[in-house]
Design a protein around this ligand. Structure first.
Ligand SMILES: [Ca+2]
Ligand SMILES: [Ca+2]
Length: 152
C-alpha cells in the first residue's frame, strides 16, 4: 500500500464498503470486474482472472481490503493525473446518462450493474443504490457518482 496516500486509502475504503454488499470484509472477483469496468478499464475474463490471481495473495478467491488496495494502486498509479481521471469519470457518467439529463436514474443504474454482473440480486442492487444515492432523490447525479468512484 506504499504508493497510496491517506486520502486515497480513505477513498478506497469507501468504494470497498460500497461494493462489499454483505459486509464480509471481502469483495468478490465478479465485483472487481464491475469496479474496473466502471473506472473505464474493460478487461476480458482471462485478464481479469490473471489480475485477481496475482493480487489474491492469500488465495481465498476473494479480495480483502489490503489486496483490494494493492490492486487499486496498480490502476491508480496509471491515473496519477487527477484531471485526466476526472475527465474519464465524466466520460463514463455521460455514457450512463443516456438521455443527457445530468443524472442517472437509480433504475438505469440498476440495469447497468445488472449488465455488469448478472449474479446480483435485487437486494444487492437496492443496497448498493442506497449507498450511492446519498440524498435519496432516486437519481444519481455526477457528484454522487464521483463520490462512489473517488470518495470526494
Ligand atoms: Ca484474498
Ligand atoms: Ca441523489
Amino acid at each position: 500500500m506504499d504508493e497510496l496516500d491517506q486520502s486515497q486509502i480513505q477513498m478506497l475504503r469507501k468504494a470497498f464498503d460500497t461494493f462489499d454488499q454483505e459486509k464480509k470484509g471481502v469483495i468478490s472477483t465478479d465485483m472487481i470486474g464491475t469496479i474496473l469496468d466502471m473506472l473505464g478499464h474493460e478487461l476480458d475474463d482471462d485478464t481479469l482472472t490473471e489480475i485477481i490471481q496475482e493480487y489474491d495473495v492469500n488465495g481465498t478467491g476473494v479480495l480483502e481490503f489490503k489486496e483490494f488496495c494493492s490492486l487499486a494502486a496498480r490502476f491508480m498509479v496509471e491515473e496519477l493525473d487527477a484531471e485526466a481521471m476526472l475527465a474519464e469519470l465524466r466520460e463514463a457518467f455521460r455514457l450512463y446518462d443516456r438521455e443527457g439529463n445530468g443524472y442517472i436514474t437509480t433504475e438505469v443504474l440498476k440495469e447497468i450493474f445488472k449488465e455488469l454482473d448478472n449474479t446480483l440480486s435485487n437486494e444487492d442492487l437496492e443496497s448498493m443504490i442506497t449507498e450511492i444515492d446519498t440524498d435519496g432523490s432516486g437519481t444519481v447525479d455526477f457528484d454522487e457518482f464521483l463520490e462512489v468512484m473517488t470518495g470526494e
